[in-house]
Design a protein around this ligand. Structure first.
Ligand code: MSP
Length: 654
């Protein structure tokens, strides 16, 4: 696409309703946009990142009345809190648009008038079922309930019949043009599966769209006919052009429009992939390159939303962890199109294991050793061996792949790759054992090389995580004595050797807090009631009655002594080892989450206890035919109970 080669990148989030402050679901969209914007800046593009608030319409009118406020006063207070939240999450937007801004209202009126002039807007009569909560007319095929009303298929609330004089947008005339657009530019809707949904909706036929209301006062007046206000979605969608200068800053508009990515939740994809391009075609404006529909964060398997009362407030997590762990978790846990289930347990697991153990420890150990053994300044390293060179070339390969993945919006995959590399560097240190080398003055130059290699790898990995965890990346670069910030280094200027000998490195301070679930719950129990997944946790921790089993039930488990014959890492899985064990009569292959506690070579020859009659499971593509027993510590280490004298493989344990 010709836009791709342009040196600009314009990304938007939806503008959020101001009936309440943003929750984790809204934060998710904004964090994705922020990471992509930061990446494109590193890629050398001039970036414009727009977010803001959707302040008109019946939903806001109603919410304000319930609180005894004017809609504008409600909007002002929510906007203040939203801006605070984005600041706390380190969101680097370029402009925050509010639909109550004067230039926006004028721009919307101008575009409305342009469509009237072209004959694409006409006056008529509308009668239909309307959902106030979603600000949307129900599709015709929604059935009537026995009680004589219709229920909104999106939010489940009762809809009401609205009959009024209205202006229609001639959407029906755009059916074929839209289908051509999807055909010629399949990247217009991503992911691909969503394109198919949108295209079949349009193929089924489009009705003209009612785009004004006489029943709603809180909205932009129709030019020349002020008893009508403009439908909130017509108003809101145009923020993407008014927010980038349409009708008030031609230079800015010229530079950035059309948008490269409109990031939206899948629930509002239709507005963006059907109505929005049709409005733009009617106005004769260029179309955005991509509308990207992301999945939802669920809580207890339902969409997190204010109306369902199951929202999580990001501020509680931000107070304990700061922005980066939440940013990392939300972006790592699921690829952008999919849904994810939010649990505190899942969050803490990622924070403790990926951030504190894998990455944080690596930084801590390496910098402490450079401080202790070299007074913070590595000098005179030995030449690179093949093993050292591999740490460098692996990084160069990683860098290329990660840049490609960020560019393709595959953030979760990019992080997975970076963490696989962090695993490689951790293994490099474990294999070289610099702490042993340090005892032997004859190996000082070798020690210098190993620590130099590890520090260069840390510097590189931090750069690669910068779009997702900007604050942590900057801090690590600071510890490493780097004069520049990651944001100042364009990605084609990032070299592994950019960290050379002779650099003065500081002592690290704690990077990622390691928080045990029970400590975190202490913070949470201040809330009136712990969320359900937390209650489950309390049960697991024995705060409620234990689940008693009978001896017969216990006897069903076939526990055996197993002799470890082989152990190896599973490529791409930082926590897993593949073991081959002898359980007496046969050999079994198993997958165990112990890679963070044990190196494969330390395990071969040892004997441990396995459950031999557990149903096999496939983990990361490898069949696991048994399970070992291990104690899990508060910081997620898995400690295996070994025997204090020899026992034959296959011996029964009971
Ligand atoms: N005001 C409209 C958007 C107008 S854009 C021209 C709106 N606002 S909203 O506040 O209800 O939602 C904004 C975005 O937040 C949507 O993209 C929606 O999908 C997203 N999310 C709301 N809850 C969500 C989750 N639980 N999970 C992920 N995203 C979700 O719609």
């Amino acid at each position: 696409m010709e836009k791709n080669s342009k040196k600009t990148f314009y990304i938007t989030t939806p503008i959020y309703y101001v009936n309440d402050v943003p929750h984790i679901g809204h934060a998710y969209t904004t964090i994705i946009a922020d990471a992509l914007a930061r990446f494109q800046k590193l890629a050398g593009k001039a970036v414009f990142f727009l977010t803001g608030t959707d302040e008109h319409g019946q939903k806001i009118e109603k919410a304000a009345a319930e609180k005894g406020l004017t809609p504008k006063a409600l909007a002002d207070s929510v906007v203040g809190r939203a801006r605070d939240l984005w600041k706390a999450l380190d969101i680097s937007y370029d402009f925050f648009i509010r639909t109550t801004m004067d230039f926006h209202e004028k721009g919307v009126q101008k575009l409305f008038q342009a469509l009237v002039d072209r004959g694409d807007i006409y006056k008529g009569e509308y009668k239909g079922w309307y959902c106030v909560s979603d600000e949307n007319f129900l599709p015709d095929d929604v059935p009537l309930e026995a009680e004589g009303y219709k229920t909104c298929p999106d939010c489940g609330k009762k809809a009401s019949v609205v009959s009024e004089e209205t202006y229609f947008f001639r959407l029906s005339a755009y059916r074929d043009k839209l289908l051509d657009l999807y055909e010629e530019h399949p990247e217009f809707v991503r992911p691909q599966s969503r394109l198919n949904e949108v295209a079949s909706f349009v193929r089924a036929g489009l009705k003209d769209l009612s785009i004004t209301r006489t029943t709603v006062k809180w909205g932009v007046p129709v030019p020349g006919d002020p008893k009508h206000t403009i439908y909130v979605w017509f108003d809101a969608l145009h923020n993407y052009v008014t927010g980038v200068g349409y009708d008030w800053n031609p230079e800015l508009f010229q530079k950035f429009w059309p948008a490269d990515i409109h990031l939206v939740g899948k629930d509002i994809l239709r507005f963006h992939a059907v109505y929005w391009p049709a409005f733009l075609m009617a106005a004769g404006l260029p179309l955005p390159r991509t509308v990207y529909g992301h999945g939802w964060w669920l809580k207890d398997d339902t969409k997190m939303s204010k109306s369902k009362g199951n929202v999580l407030d990001p501020q509680a997590l931000l107070r304990v962890f700061g922005p980066d762990p939440l940013r990392y978790f939300l972006l790592r846990e699921i690829p952008i199109g999919q849904d994810g289930n939010f649990s505190h347990e899942g969050f803490l697991h990622r924070v403790n294991s990926d951030l504190a153990n894998d990455f944080g420890n690596l930084v801590q150990r390496t910098l402490t050793m450079i401080g202790n053994y070299f007074g913070g300044e590595i000098t005179d390293p030995e030449e690179e061996t093949a093993e050292d060179r591999k740490v460098r070339t692996d990084f160069e390969d990683l860098k290329r792949r990660v840049f490609g993945l960020y560019d393709a919006c595959a953030i979760s995959k990019a992080l997975e790759e970076i963490w696989a590399y962090i695993g490689i560097v951790n293994k490099y240190l474990a294999d070289n054992q610099p702490w042993i080398m340090a005892k032997d003055p004859a190996r000082r130059r070798r020690l210098a090389r190993v620590l130099l290699q590890a520090a260069a790898a840390i510097r590189g990995a931090s750069y690669l995580v910068f779009p997702v965890m900007p604050g942590s990346a900057e801090r690590i670069w600071g510890f490493l004595g780097e004069g520049k910030k990651p944001a100042d280094v364009p990605y084609d200027g990032l070299e592994f050797g950019g960290f050379g000998s002779g650099r003065k490195v500081g002592m690290p301070q704690a990077l990622f807090p390691r928080v045990a679930l029970k400590d975190f719950l202490g913070e949470e129990t201040a809330a009136p009631e712990a969320p359900p997944n937390v209650r489950q946790e309390q049960k697991k921790e024995g705060k409620e009655a234990m689940d008693i089993i009978t001896y017969d039930e216990f006897k069903r488990m076939d526990l055996r002594v197993a002799h470890i014959l082989e152990a190896e890492r599973i490529p791409g899985a930082t926590k897993l080892l593949k073991l081959v064990v002898d359980i007496g009569a046969e050999k079994r292959q198993m997958v165990a989450g112990i890679a963070e506690t044990y190196a494969p070579e330390d395990l071969v020859g040892k004997k441990l206890i396995v459950i031999a009659n557990l149903k096999p499971a496939v983990i990361r593509g490898v069949e696991s035919q048994a399970m070992l027993l291990a104690a899990i510590t508060a910081d997620n280490m898995a400690l295996i109970p070994f025997f204090d004298r020899d026992v034959p493989a296959g011996a029964v344990v009971k």
